[in-house]
Design a protein around this ligand. Structure first.
Ligand SMILES: NC(=O)c1ccc[n+]([C@@H]2O[C@H](COP(=O)([O-])OP(=O)(O)OC[C@H]3O[C@@H](n4cnc5c(N)ncnc54)[C@H](OP(=O)(O)O)[C@@H]3O)[C@@H](O)[C@H]2O)c1
Length: 259
């Protein structure tokens, strides 16, 4: 089957592209460096020729409000127009758990626009809402910390490994469209500060986790259960600690060059 992966060069897109190709599908990478731009529309209709499924794993260049809204609005319009013309059978998009519940956050408003745009398009669709990835922990430490301390609240947290996210994307993309939303999350729910403390302990980083009494995430006050599924969800199988232990024992990629 011919499948277009928008954002196929990104963190998530790269892995999804590889998995689909390994399954024998004809995968087209929809990214500017591969001649497909969903903002200008360049290369889009050619990439959609004979395509059955579109997987949207694109992202704005920054999560900043104006930039994200501009990106997802323009991309959304172009994608729907081109996909209707190409008679696409299934459009799958990766969104975020809690998107409806904190629309004061500009990036989530932008993601909500991305979701609603496809819901109202008439194109058969599946929306996957994921929790944060295990791989996102470094970003939390970078944004909420300094050289010596990181300030992390006790909000509910249930991260999922990128590997499990990409398995679910492939699975749902190859199934019939849900014309609805499914949620995915990691196997364990705990307080965010516990996850960050465990990570810092395993990787041996010399910084201290300070519990932040306010329910904050990335400096914003958010509902305590914003980042975890409220109802049914599909669980990833990789436990956070196991993922961190593998990561700490990994040989950095560039080390291989010397052997
Ligand atoms: N990271 C998380 O914890 C998390 C959790 C839940 C959901 N998500 C969602 O997952 C999605 C993918 O995130 P990610 O972290 O994998 O993304 P990423 O690594 O930032 O990659 C973004 C991709 O979008 C492509 N792109 C940018 N502008 C484009 C354009 N004009 N036309 C076509 N493609 C364009 C980029 O292409 P170039 O390489 O050419 O720039 C790149 O392939 C996002 O929508 C995000 O909201 C992420």
């Amino acid at each position: 089957m011919k499948i277009l992966v928008i954002g196929g060069t990104g963190l998530t897109g790269r892995l999804v592209t590889k998995k689909l190709a390994n399954l024998g599908h004809q995968v087209v990478i929809g990214s500017p460096s591969h001649g497909v731009d969903i903002i200008t529309g360049a290369g889009l209709s050619q990439a959609l020729e004979n395509t059955e499924v579109v997987i949207d794993l694109s992202n704005s260049s920054s999560p900043e409000e104006e930039n994200a809204i501009h990106f997802f609005q323009n991309a959304g319009k172009n994608l729907v127009q081109a996909e209707l013309a190409a008679n696409i059978r299934h459009h799958l998009v990766l969104s975020i758990v809690g998107t409806d519940d904190a629309l004061q956050i500009g990036y989530l408003r932008a993601k909500k626009y991305q979701e609603d745009n496809i819901k109202n398009s008439g194109i058969p669709y599946t929306i996957i809402r994921s929790t944060q990835f295990h791989e996102h922990t470094d970003a939390i430490i970078a944004v909420q910390g300094n050289e010596e301390e990181v300030f992390v609240s006790k909000i509910d947290y249930q991260p999922i490994a990128l590997e499990d996210v990409t398995d679910y994307i492939v699975q749902f993309a190859l199934e019939e469209p849900k014309n609805g939303t499914v949620e995915i999350a990691g196997p364990t729910r705990a307080n965010m500060d516990d996850f960050v403390a465990k990570y810092i302990e395993i990787i041996g980083k010399p910084i201290k986790v300070v519990s932040d009494e306010e329910s904050k995430y990335m400096h914003l006050v958010v509902p305590r259960s914003l980042l975890v599924p409220a109802g049914q969800y599909n669980a990833g199988k990789t436990h956070f600690e196991d993922w961190a232990l593998v990561k700490v024992n990994e040989v950095p990629l560039n080390m291989h060059d010397h052997h």
